[in-house]
Design a protein around this ligand. Structure first.
Ligand code: SDX
Length: 393
């Protein structure tokens, strides 16, 4: 060989860190936040309550939840100078880089409260981020459609306020559809945390250098933007639209996937951990019908998605590789029915995942033994060799 050392490496399945926040059993399709099954939280809890649970470790009493809610509502406004920030982006900017830039910029407005080891500063940064990310996300959308920004209305909760700032107009009243808010709240619960996925590991790794919460979460947003991670919900809709444009020829598309045509994957299928049905996908699928009926969604694409799933789940190629629908397979259809453009789908994923990023960052800062250590590598490059001056090469 060229001096490279060929290493016969056994696959060592080592945990990257310890954490007490979320438990996943990929083979059994189990997901629990702080011990509570996702099915029960999706059914009976709320995004605000799950945010509290993930960050503080216990379900809140009614008084604790009320106080948490009020403290968040007081921080929904952006600094007027930060609002100017959005004017610097091109009209067709994708909202995800806008989101990560604005979150990173938050650390320039709150320089007196960035110390990861000062509990009060961590608390105020937590509240600011939970309260302001929906405002930033709504403004990223308004920028992309050339509409005026709406100030937050603090008589509304997190989800309702986000919907009003996104779809409301200054010129007319906007009443948030309770079915829409309930469906989005449940989707945010399903996305709230997911152990050491790519974006959460990014938040932990950046935070392990003692970078502040805003800088760490901004890095997580960038990781989530990747089409193999959070960007998949946008890719699923584009995949379904392309199948429909091809006369709904699902078998032809499946053959393209199986032949491993470059760039052709069954988006919304497969998972690094779940080698069974993603429990979140099951919940979204079970509600998709009712939600789309209520919101007047694209049932044609939903039917296409269901046929595609049925074919894939009975095809040896996918069965052998343990490829099942993941959380992204059906969510895009619901987001579309809610009126969001596909470019906002990953922003919605970020809004849902924020509590998990914050909880995991706080856990790692509070207990350094839980941090992801500095990764090492298995070197496969050249062995040692002497420098050769340029006139001798
Ligand atoms: C999320 O980590 C998390 O928890 C993430 C997430 C979260 O909540 O944070 O759950 C959110 O990111 C969900 C995943 C969204 N991404 C997609 O839907 C994109 C499509 N999926 C794939 O890119 C893929 O399934 C991954 C990256 C998600 C997972 O890859 P794996 O399980 O590590 O599988 P692999 O890449 O090692 O592939 C194993 C085999 C390969 O074929 P062979 O080489 O064995 O012949 O399966 C094939 C792959 O080519 N394969 C697929 C496929 N996924 C894997 N083939 C077609 N379509 C797919 N979707």
């Amino acid at each position: 060989t060229t001096g490279k050392v060929a290493l016969d490496i056994g696959f060592v399945n080592t945990a990257s860190c310890t954490s007490a926040i979320t438990y996943i059993d990929g083979d059994a399709g189990i997901l629990r936040y702080r011990g509570y099954p996702i099915e029960q939280l999706a059914e009976g809890s709320s995004f605000l309550e799950v945010t509290y649970l993930l960050i503080y470790g216990e379900l809140p009493t009614a008084d604790q939840l009320g106080e948490f809610d009020q403290r968040i509502r007081r921080h929904t406004l952006l600094h007027e100078d930060l609002k100017q920030f959005f004017n610097g982006f091109p009209r067709d900017a994708h909202p995800m880089p806008v989101l990560s830039s604005a979150v990173s910029a938050l650390s320039t407005f709150y320089q007196d409260s960035l110390d990861p080891f000062d509990e009060e500063q961590v608390e105020i940064s937590t509240l600011r981020l939970i309260a302001k990310l929906p405002t930033i996300a709504a403004y990223a959308y308004k920028k992309s459609v050339g509409q005026p920004f709406l100030y937050p209305d603090n008589s509304l909760g997190i989800v309702e306020n986000f919907l009003r700032m996104t779809f409301g107009f200054p010129a007319e009243p906007y009443d948030v559809d309770p079915d829409l808010a309930k469906a989005l709240d449940m989707l945010f619960v399903l996305h709230a945390d997911h152990e050491q996925n790519c974006s959460t590991s990014t938040v932990r790794l950046v935070g392990s250098s003692h970078a502040n919460l805003f800088a760490s979460v901004s890095a997580g947003i960038n990781a989530l933007f990747g089409p193999l991670h959070g960007g998949a919900n946008q890719s699923v809709l584009e995949m379904l639209e392309s199948i429909r444009a091809d006369g709904g020829d699902i078998p032809r598309f499946v053959e393209r996937v199986k032949s491993k045509e470059p760039g052709v994957k069954l988006m919304g299928f497969g998972h690094r951990v779940y080698k069974n049905y993603d429990p979140r996908a099951a919940i979204v699928k079970s509600t998709a019908d009712t939600v789309l009926d209520k919101l007047g969604g694209n049932n044609e694409l939903l039917d296409l998605a269901r046929q595609l799933e049925e074919i894939a789940l009975n095809d040896e190629f996918f069965i052998q590789r343990k490829l099942y629908p993941n959380v992204d397979f059906y969510t895009g259809l619901i987001y579309q029915a809610m009126g969001f453009p596909t470019r906002m789908f990953t922003v919605l994923f970020a809004l849902g995942r924020l509590p998990g990023w914050i909880a995991q960052w706080r856990e790692m800062i509070a207990d350094p033994s839980t941090k992801i250590g500095r990764p090492r590598q298995i070197y496969t490059g050249e062995t040692a060799r002497d420098y050769v001056p340029v006139d001798e090469r």
